[in-house]
Design a protein around this ligand. Structure first.
Ligand code: NDP
Length: 271
């Protein structure tokens, strides 16, 4: 019998998740279908309920519903509970389980696909919204020497620092506070790239052999990556690998099988 899954968001037409999960199910021989569902901004819970009644087994959740998804979950995995944001729902007779696979997807892309170890590294995370919140704990679990969180609204960066400080060495501030510092890995978790902007980073923040990682994906030439190239970052990467890896984590949660991601990442880059 075919099992039904979906990604829910607003907007959703741009989502690559249906293509990714179709590749995963073909590759692993799973009998499943995966669609994209546009939910009205004021009707997230009702739209999820309708999908469940239709026999849906699980959903991915994207902007702007990750916090609401947390609230409708009866149980949360530890990583979703710590992040207080959910991007994966699993439906069962027990109710809804909420998980967050964004951070695991990011860390797997950086450490395994890109072969960039995090232990002892100086990491700068730009942004303090839903995406940043989901990746702080998984980054800290790999023992960077420091994780600096910088955000336009400084107070939100401070709040994240307070929330996560017991898990590792975190510093927070705004972009003006970064003058004179150098980082081995700079991750852009802001939505500035969507508007063709780059957060106001001071010059000279990229250390030798550093990596610039933009969670936004596209043609691999986001405004942040162009800035990083001019500033001498050694390695530049967009968020396609993270997107595929977080999807693979969700797929594993639903189906108990881990799909191969290499070919899917390459396929997505060539679409
Ligand atoms: P949110 O709306 O929750 O947060 C947006 C963040 O961007 C805030 O920290 C905001 O700062 C900051 N920001 C927005 N505009 C600017 C600007 N012009 N200059 C500086 N900072 C700015 O968004 P999300 O966290 O959900 O998503 C962030 C990005 O991550 C998006 O591009 C999204 O597509 C991407 N993403 C990619 C994933 C992947 O798998 N590759 C997974 C999840 C997200 P302030 O607090 O001051 O408003």
């Amino acid at each position: 019998m075919t099992d039904f899954y979906a990604v829910i968001g607003n907007p959703i037409a741009h989502s690559k998740s249906p293509w990714i999960h179709a590749e995963f199910s073909r590759q692993t021989g799973q009998d499943m279908q995966y669609e994209a569902i546009l939910a009205p901004v004021d009707a997230f819970a009702a739209t999820v309920a309708v999908f469940r009644e239709r026999g849906g087994k699980g959903m991915n959740v994207t902007v702007p519903f990750k916090l609401e998804a947390c609230k409708i979950s009866r149980r949360l995995t530890r990583r979703a509970d710590v992040a207080q944001a959910v991007n994966t729902l699993v439906f069962s007779a027990d109710g809804i389980l909420g998980d967050n696979t964004d951070g695991a997807g990011l860390v797997r892309d950086i450490m395994i696909n890109l072969e960039f170890p995090l232990a002892g590294k100086r990491i700068l995370l730009m942004g303090a919204g839903g995406a940043a919140r989901g990746v702080v704990l998984p980054l800290l679990e790999h023992s960077p020497s420091v994780l600096t969180i910088a955000n336009r609204t400084k107070q939100k960066a401070h709040l994240l620092q307070q929330q996560f400080s017991r898990y590792g060495n975190i510093v927070s501030g705004d972009y003006a506070d970064l003058g004179g510092e150098k980082f081995d890995l700079v991750i852009n978790a802001t939505s500035a790239s969507l508007k063709g902007r780059v957060p106001p980073l001071p010059a000279g923040i990229f250390a030798d052999e550093s990596m610039a990682y933009d969670m936004m994906y596209g043609d691999g030439r986001t405004p942040f990556l162009q800035f990083a190239k001019q500033q001498g970052a050694s390695r530049l990467t967009d968020g396609i690998g993270m997107l595929v890896e977080q999807a693979a984590e969700s797929f594993f949660l639903w189906r108990g099988i881990r799909p191969e991601t290499d070919r899917v990442i390459r396929g997505l880059r060539n679409l």
